[in-house]
Design a protein around this ligand. Structure first.
Ligand code: BEZ
Ligand code: FE
Length: 282
């Protein structure tokens, strides 16, 4: 172990200071973090000015955080890290519904509604019937599954982004399946919208020649006793941002059809959620 710092052995000099009784997982994470951080600085030959710009960027990211705004998660989302951590921790067998990014706009405790009810309280947007089943890998219906849903409104904002403008719980609700595993509700056909881009992350995207848009989606969190939680969205097929989602949330299996239908409701989007038993890990 080298006691003094030099360029070549820089990571070893730092990691060599680790105390003897450090929690093994913490030691593993920090050793790798230092190794990769130093390798990164060497690979790009980081200049003093660039280091200062990086510190200033991270400072601004922290300074804009509040109870309502988590710019660091947005940074993780836009760097693809949130999707990577989700992928590492939610490997599922073929046929099971895939997870995607949770996002900042879920609210606990949305009203439990009856099957077929509408979640659109502002009467805006194109109505859409969402229906399908919650089933297991054998196609058997799951009784007592909670289907928690949320989406933006016709202008691309969640109710929590517009308190006092949108009704509370607009475009949100929970639905509990019966023994047939079926769910259905009426919402709007969601629209694509930009992630909050008035802070350092928005500026970063613009410097990188990236737009801040997410393709239109309906969020779902599906839970059932003894099954692994699904946190996902369904995406509107044909959306222009499907292949350039600002947070990399799109997976092919989550692109859903939206069919025009006759009658009072304009659209129908069928989608089944396939759950994996709790003990299944891969
Ligand atoms: C969302 O889909 O609500 C979302 C996800 C990640 C960042 C911002 C918004
Ligand atoms: Fe969203």
């Amino acid at each position: 172990m080298i006691p003094y710092f030099n360029e070549e052995g820089s990571a070893d000099a730092v990691n060599g200071r680790m105390g003897p009784d450090v929690d093994p997982r913490l030691a593993e994470i920090f050793t790798a973090l230092v190794r990769h951080l130093h390798a990164f600085a060497k690979e790009v030959h980081l200049t003093q000015e660039e280091w200062e710009a990086g510190i200033a960027f991270l400072s601004r990211t922290g300074q804009i955080c509040s109870e309502e705004r988590q710019e660091f998660i947005l940074l993780s989302d836009t760097l693809g890290l949130s999707m990577l951590v989700d992928a590492i921790n939610n490997r599922r067998p073929l046929g099971a519904t895939e997870n995607t990014v949770f996002g900042p706009f879920h609210v606990d405790g949305a009203p439990v509604r009856q099957m077929g009810d509408s979640i659109s309280l502002d009467g805006k947007g194109e109505s859409c019937l969402y229906e399908g089943r919650v089933i297991d890998l054998n196609g058997e219906p799951i009784d007592g599954a909670t289907v928690d849903v949320w989406s933006d409104n016709a202008e691309g904002f969640y109710d929590v982004q517009q308190p006092g403008i949108q009704p509370k719980w607009n475009n949100r609700g929970r639905f509990v399946t019966g023994s047939d595993g079926k769910y259905s509700f009426v919402g709007i056909k969601p629209v694509s919208y930009p992630i909050p881009d008035d802070g350092p992350v928005g500026k970063m995207l613009s410097h990188l020649g990236r737009h801040p848009y997410r393709p239109a989606h309906m969020h779902y969190m599906v839970t059932a006793p003894e099954f692994r939680k699904i946190v996902t969205h369904i995406f509107v097929d044909g959306d222009p941002y499907l292949e350039s989602d600002a947070v990399f949330g799109v997976k092919k299996t989550l692109i859903a059809s939206f069919e025009p239908i006759q009658g009072d409701i304009a659209w129908r989007s069928p989608f089944d959620f396939v759950m994996v038993p709790e003990e299944h890990r891969s």
